[in-house]
Design a protein around this ligand. Structure first.
Ligand SMILES: Cc1cc2nc3c(=O)[nH]c(=O)nc-3n(C[C@H](O)[C@H](O)[C@H](O)COP(=O)(O)OP(=O)(O)OC[C@H]3O[C@@H](n4cnc5c(N)ncnc54)[C@H](O)[C@@H]3O)c2cc1C
Length: 383
């Protein structure tokens, strides 16, 4: 068996890479270890209009559970400020089981072959270049050759590591998350809600993302704590009267992309590459953008007959142009947020109330100096 491109992982990173490679007329095999694409969900399912724009599609009722008109950010003392989405940032809560599957369906229609319940155990490497995979399907191990492989196997990518790329994160750099889908949560359905505070979610936040069908995604992401994410979620939920119908857990890489996202015969995309916004933990749009570039570059490499690291580095140059500054800025903001104690968070959220974020200048922070000089120092470092 031989393919031009093998993609390991069948969620967003995998399906979008496969789709754009197949649309550019190369033979693609996508391999997914689970028996169904999109399951289990490990996501709070919020994304923006940009995801659909990148894919060149209109959001569909099949997988959009609700449109979100704004964001409410809650402080430890119970105050909040709210924002409306700007252009291109209309928010959506998706049904990822359906969304991920619909991406795989489009990819299959474009020509991608898909193997389910198949785990890639190893890489074939010839003359220092990745040249296929060793895959196990229902107890049988097979070697499948390919001119190149795309690793879309999620956070901590084993596949990229097999090719010599360090994809491991320390506890300070990974968000530990747990979420319930819940019925009966009484919350303003037009907004996504974020709750901050050292006691609420150290190193992260609690989210509540409501859908029109009466189901709300309620979860927490934390970093570097001696207590579990589940501990903080249980504590938060003790103030609500909801019933869980689904639970999901997962880790999110929050320190930006891994050191290198290509080598001879291999590209790394999505969570596997650390393509996640370090401030919000959102990876759907970034994985989509980078996977589109990966699929296109893979097809170009096959057509040029050049899958060397030297050729494939244009993938990294491409995604850096597309998402590099967003990730860099978010990491800067997150590092400032990490430094704020609850008192400073309270002061910040009171200050932001009713203000347009774009209008905040170093001068406008003067009003905060009396209340919290340390907060002003932190904020000035990012203005
Ligand atoms: C709790 C939680 C909430 C989140 N909420 C949001 C949110 O609201 N909005 C947002 O934008 N992002 C969110 N994210 C992040 C988002 O889910 C990810 O960024 C996104 O799913 C990344 O997609 P991916 O395809 O790169 O990787 P993954 O979704 O991790 O997919 C990797 C796939 O590879 C398969 N695989 C792994 N190893 C192998 C192997 N050896 N062989 C074959 N298959 C393999 C896995 O089974 C899996 O299907 C959240 C993450 C978590 C954990």
């Amino acid at each position: 068996m031989k393919y031009d491109v093998i993609v390991v992982g069948g969620r967003i990173g995998g399906s979008v890479s496969s789709l754009f490679a197949s649309e550019n007329d190369v033979d693609v095999l996508m391999i997914e270890k689970n028996s169904e694409i999109g399951i289990p969900v490990q996501c709070a399912e919020a994304t923006s209009e940009l995801t659909f724009k990148t894919l060149g599609i209109e959001p569909s009722n099949r997988y959009v559970c609700s449109e979100i008109y704004g964001v409410k950010v809650h402080s430890p003392e119970g105050d909040h400020f709210q924002m409306k989405p700007s252009d291109n940032e209309m928010g959506y809560i998706l049904d990822r089981k359906v969304f991920d599957k619909s991406l795989a369906i489009e990819s299959a229609k474009a020509g991608t072959d898909i193997m389910l319940k198949t785990t890639v155990k190893d890489l074939l490497i010839k003359e220092g270049k990745v040249s296929g995979v060793v895959a196990k399907h229902l107890g049988k191990t097979t070697e499948i050759e390919a001119d190149m492989v795309i690793a879309a196997d999620g956070v901590g990518s084993n596949i990229a590591r097999m090719a010599g790329i360090n994809t491991l994160y320390g506890v300070k750099d990974i968000g530990s998350c747990v979420q319930y889908k819940m019925v009966g949560i009484d919350v303003d359905p037009n907004y996504m809600h974020f709750y901050f505070g050292r006691e609420v979610a150290p190193g992260g936040y609690v989210w509540m993302f409501p859908s029109e069908n009466g189901v709300t995604n309620v979860g927490v992401g934390i970093r570097n704590s001696d207590k579990t994410a589940h501990h903080f979620l249980t504590k938060f939920l003790s103030n609500f009267n909801g019933t869980p119908i689904e639970m999901n857990i997962g880790g999110v890489p929050l320190s930006g992309p891994v050191e290198k996202t290509y080598t001879g015969g291999l590209l790394v995309v999505g969570d596997a590459a650390g393509h996640v916004d370090p401030l919000t933990g959102g990876g759907i749009h970034l994985a989509t953008s980078c996977a589109k570039i990966a699929g296109e570059i893979a097809a170009e490499a096959i057509k040029m007959g050049d899958t060397s690291a030297d050729f494939l580095k244009r993938y990294e140059e491409g995604w850096k142009r597309e998402i590099g500054s967003t990730v860099k800025n978010s990491l800067k903001y997150r590092k400032v947020l990490d430094k704020l104690n609850d008192k400073e968070l309270n002061a910040l959220i009171r200050f932001l109330k009713g203000r347009d974020l774009d209008s905040i200048t170093s001068r406008s922070l003067l009003g905060l100096v009396k209340e919290s000089p340390s907060l002003v120092r932190h904020l000035r470092s990012i203005l």
